[in-house]
Design a protein around this ligand. Structure first.
Ligand SMILES: Cc1cc2nc3c(=O)[nH]c(=O)nc-3n(C[C@H](O)[C@H](O)[C@H](O)COP(=O)(O)OP(=O)(O)OC[C@H]3O[C@@H](n4cnc5c(N)ncnc54)[C@H](O)[C@@H]3O)c2cc1C
Length: 451
């Protein structure tokens, strides 16, 4: 292993190798099933720290990987330089231009809070603890996707350290090919140190969820599919079959129960939102009604994703449509009368806004999809290698006719083979991404893809 003392003298943040105090803690991400053991972990405190770490890696033929919050870990890192960005947590909002400048380690919650002070909101995902940059690099589909499209459609600029150690701006004016690739192409391009994202004017939402008991899942899920046939384009909905463990930390109303929760977000006024939600409220008896007017800053309550680090197994696909026959096939494999090792099966529905690309184009995969399916296994690592992947494969086979050949990298949850990596984009975008990666990272310093 290369001598890290010259790097230590040039970097302000911690530079740690195995055996150092804090090495394990610094390498740890949100997904706790992977224990990372890189050759070196560099806790960046500035863009310059990242420049130094990249130059060190290049000089020593070490692969570079980046960890923001660690929500996207899908394999243990066992070599190279791991750059952690969690200390780059600045958020500055210019209320006049509606631009937020965010550091590489910022989680969405911080942007939501800073924007909220000005009646502004970022286009985020379902969880506020997810890293904003990691999310945006994959495109990013959240509870407002039908109103505002992908999160990456709202990025105006990335600041990036390239493989040669230079710090550049990628925007529609500077390095436009790199900017195209960073908006959805995810990895193998460089290390983003900060981004400028446009916020939208949004103070309140009609949003939240309607939860139905097990006996009503069939009726309510079919009613949701029927609702989608003529749903107002401004409404974003999703549905999740939840099998909640009987554990003390789970809130009492949902503990140990199988439930269906339908999430709803509408960016207009509450009276209109209530009218638009009425068919879902009437679909079946509602067990928990948590839908109403909320501050836009409470957007995390629409999905109520788990905020705390955890072990986990997930996989996802894009869907060509979400219709009655799909629901029948889904429930035929994973309905309430079935035994499946999943805590959640989430179906999201997409509309026109996410299908419309930005004017200059972007590398986002799955843009034309009509929905997504995300399968979350029970949090038992003993089942992660065999039982859960096997059951997930069975479910995906049952709904195969609805699965789009093109996925989205944020939903792919790991590349377990070359095909899985390839299908995170259309063939044309995959090939163009490969060209941009070779141009900016000719030696493949930034490890990304099948691993
Ligand atoms: C609970 C949960 C909810 C989610 N909800 C959504 C959702 O609603 N919509 C959606 O689209 N996705 C969602 N995701 C997926 C999530 O957007 C991706 O996993 C994303 O990559 C996480 O980014 P991160 O920084 O949090 O994770 P990390 O594991 O830190 O980063 C993931 C990858 O992003 C890249 N990356 C991160 N930071 C940088 C950087 N500064 N420079 C270069 N590359 C970088 C690297 O390739 C890294 O391996 C969710 C994931 C979880 C676990």
């Amino acid at each position: 292993m290369a001598d890290v003392s010259p790097l230590r003298s040039r970097v302000t943040g911690p530079v740690l190798v195995e055996g150092d105090d804090d090495y394990a803690e610094e390498s740890l991400g949100w997904v706790r099933n992977f224990i990372h053991t890189p050759d070196v972990v560099v806790g960046a405190t500035s863009a310059q720290d990242i420049v130094e770490a990249v130059k060190f890696a290049a000089a020593n033929n070490l692969a570079v990987r980046v960890q923001g919050s660690g929500h996207g870990s899908h394999a243990a890192v066992t070599d190279g330089v791991l750059i952690t960005t969690k200390r780059l947590e600045s958020v500055e909002v210019d209320a006049t231009t509606r631009i937020a400048t965010i550091g590489a380690g910022v989680a969405w919650d911080a942007v939501i809070a800073a924007g909220g002070e000005h009646g502004l909101a970022p286009i985020t995902g379902s969880s506020g603890t997810v890293g904003a940059i990691g999310f945006l690099l994959g495109g990013g589909m959240g509870p407002l996707v039908n109103s505002y499209g992908f999160g990456s459609d709202w990025v105006r600029e990335f600041e990036v350290v390239l493989a040669d150690g230079s710090l550049v701006t990628a925007s529609t004016d500077e390095h436009p090919d790199l900017f195209w690739a960073l908006r959805g192409g995810k990895g193998g391009l460089g290390v983003v140190t900060s981004a400028k994202v446009e916020l939208v004017e949004l103070a309140t939402l009609y949003g939240g969820s309607l939860t139905y008991e097990a006996a009503n899942i069939d009726t309510a899920l079919h009613a949701w599919a029927s609702y989608l046939e003529s749903a107002d384009a401004r409404v974003t909905t999703s549905a999740a079959i939840l099998r909640m463990p009987d554990l003390p930390f789970i809130p009492e109303p949902i503990r140990g129960r199988t439930l269906l929760t339908v999430r709803f977000a509408f960016t207009g006024d509450a009276a209109t939102g209530e009218g638009l939600a009425a068919p879902l409220r009437a679909a079946a008896p509602v067990y928990l009604d948590q839908l109403g007017e909320i501050p836009a800053s409470a957007i995390g309550t629409v999905h109520n994703d788990p905020p705390n680090p955890t072990v986990g197994w997930t996989t996802g696909r894009m869907l060509n449509s979400v219709d009655q026959a799909f629901v029948t096939a889904l429930l035929g494999f994973a309905g309430m009368d079935k035994q499946v090792p999943f805590v959640a099966i989430e179906i999201r529905a997409f509309g026109a806004a996410q299908a419309t690309d930005v004017a200059d184009g972007s590398a986002v995969g799955g843009r034309g999809a009509k929905g997504s399916i995300n399968i979350v296994g029970v949090p038992n690592p003993e089942l992660f290698a065999t039982v859960i992947p096997g059951a997930a494969a069975g479910l995906l086979e049952a709904v195969k006719p609805w699965i789009s050949p093109e996925n989205n990298v944020n939903f792919a949850s790991g590349f377990d083979g070359a095909e899985n990596y390839r299908r995170s984009w259309s063939p044309a975008v995959f090939d163009r991404l490969a060209e941009v990666r070779i141009k900016y990272d000719p030696k493949g310093l930034f490890a990304f893809g099948v691993h």
